[in-house]
Ligand binder design. Structure first.
Ligand code: SAH
Ligand code: MG
Length: 204
């Protein structure tokens, strides 16, 4: 079942299922069930209300996060025009325009104002260090940075080398990111083998 503590009604669930179907049919890599359940629970348990997301795609995770509680606000960035347009449409269909601020652009080119208690990195997997270092200035002192798709569909920790050169390069970058996080003096990072693998980083 979806986690919609207060305001989730039958039509919301149908609406979410339509977005999931669209994602499947159009190969949009939205968060998997287990991952989104972890994320929404984490947000609840830590009373998170102000979220910055890098990588909106079609707005699915932003909507799921907002449906947890009326207090929650999400700023999210997407650089693909078609996905951005679809996200805008989906956000409207949930009447969440007031609580989801979606920005069209490349997260590495734009600047976001304000502080957030969660930064959720779910964009180009080879650029995680860049997203982290660019946006950590927007993190509250008690905030968290969560990064998705650390497992990269099982390839990151596989014994066999990935089948293509591009994939092998991607995997190398994910390992680099993990090493970089583990050696980061300012943060403590926990890896969780949930969904497609996530890291949770918190300022020391
Ligand atoms: N968070 C979404 C899924 C995001 S998929 C969900 O779970 O519902 C990753 C998205 O990040 C893609 O749509 C891709 O276009 C976007 N993206 C990748 N690099 C980006 C960048 N540098 N700036 C903005 N968006 C980016
Ligand atoms: Mg993801």
């Amino acid at each position: 079942m979806f986690f919609c503590a207060k305001i989730c009604v039958g039509s919301d669930i149908m609406n979410l299922q339509q977005i999931e179907l669209y994602a499947k049919e159009n190969n949009v890599p939205i968060m998997e069930k287990e991952g989104i359940e972890f994320l929404t629970n984490f947000i609840k348990e830590n009373n998170i209300t102000n979220i910055l997301e890098i990588g909106a795609a079609i707005g699915y995770s932003a909507i799921r996060m907002c449906l947890i509680d009326d207090k929650i606000k999400v700023t999210t960035i997407e650089r693909d025009k078609e996905r951005y347009d679809e996200a805008v449409k989906n956000i409207k269909s949930f009447n969440l325009e007031e609580r989801i601020n979606i920005i069209f652009g490349d997260a590495l080119d734009i600047d976001v104002e304000g502080k957030f208690d969660l930064i959720f990195i779910d964009a180009a997997k080879s650029q995680s260090i860049k997203f982290f270092t660019k946006y950590e200035k927007n993190l509250d002192d008690n905030g968290f940075i969560i990064t998705d798709n650390i497992n990269f569909h099982g390839l990151t920790f596989s014994d066999k080398p990935a089948p293509t050169r591009n994939l092998r390069q991607m995997i190398r970058k994910i390992h680099n990111y993990l090493d970089w996080l583990n050696n980061n003096k300012d943060y403590i990072t926990e890896y969780k083998n949930i969904g497609d693998g996530v890291t949770v980083s918190r300022k020391k």
